[in-house]
Design a protein around this ligand. Structure first.
Ligand code: MN
Length: 254
């Protein structure tokens, strides 16, 4: 079994082909959604998939694309679907310049998501986008209580990394992060016991194709080189990390 903690299965041109392959390759895949309405649409297609966990999300980049009333409707849908899954993602905040105008609305939306999770009181694993907003994301995580946070594609500073570690965050790392020296330096600074693998497909590319869940093998190979270990040892470590992380779920709804 391999682990893809963050993949947007519904955003590939042919999601069914991606599903068939990850089932064949036995890659346990947390399938992100960018809007609650996408989660509702996708859920029936995931029934019968043994290796997929459907995640309920509202991506920060979606906030600026919709009217206030559409967003309010999506947040109601979020609340309605919340009891159906133990997996949340992709959610979070983006503090980078191109999303600055929606910053206030992003904070409101993420705040509502956090409040909904806290009100329900069930432990949830949350795959979080934190580009340019690590401190704010960590504050929100501390407010939820029962959340198991995974910072996906972490791009923060060394101090922010330490703060994330003390807040109990896990880190999912992908092939694109391994390509830059800054990305590799961040990964080297992460505690090995908190590292998970992800593809972030289809947004990460290898040559002229989008990565798929099985490409998390590349991350295992690169971690093996970085750590001076065998890829099979690293694979076992990532599996153990994932199991430890998911242990916090009192009951996995599915
Ligand atoms: Mn993503």
């Amino acid at each position: 079994m391999r682990i893809d903690s963050h993949c947007h299965v519904d955003l590939y041109p042919d999601p069914h082909a991606v599903l068939a392959n990850l089932e064949k390759d036995r890659v346990l895949t947390i399938s992100m959604t960018n809007l609650p309405s996408h989660f509702e649409m996708g859920l029936p297609h995931l029934k019968g998939c043994r290796w997929v966990r459907p995640a309920l999300g509202l991506h920060p980049s979606e906030v600026s694309k919709h009217s206030k009333s559409t967003l309010a409707n999506e947040l109601r849908r979020f609340e309605r679907s919340l009891p159906l899954t133990s997996w949340i993602g992709e959610v979070g905040l983006d503090g980078r310049r191109e999303y600055r105008e929606s910053r206030h609305e992003q904070t409101l939306a993420f705040g509502q998501i956090v409040a909904q999770i806290r009100a329900l009181g069930d432990a949830k694993v949350m795959s979080i986008h934190s580009a340019g907003a690590v401190r704010e994301v960590l504050d929100a995580i501390r407010a939820v209580g029962e959340v198991i946070p995974i910072l996906h594609r972490f791009t923060g500073s060394h101090d922010e990394l330490q703060a994330a570690v003390s807040t109990g965050c896990w880190f999912s790392v992908n092939p694109a992060m391994m390509r830059s020296s800054a990305g590799r330096a961040r990964i080297e600074a992460m505690p090995r016991s908190r590292i998970l693998t992800e593809s972030d497909g289809p947004f990460v590319r290898i040559g002229d194709r989008a990565v798929v869940p099985a490409d998390t093998d590349l991350v295992l190979e690169q971690l093996a080189r970085m750590w001076g270990q065998d890829p099979s040892e690293v694979a076992a470590k990532v599996r153990a990390n994932f199991n430890e992380m998911a242990q916090g779920l009192r009951h996995e709804v599915r």
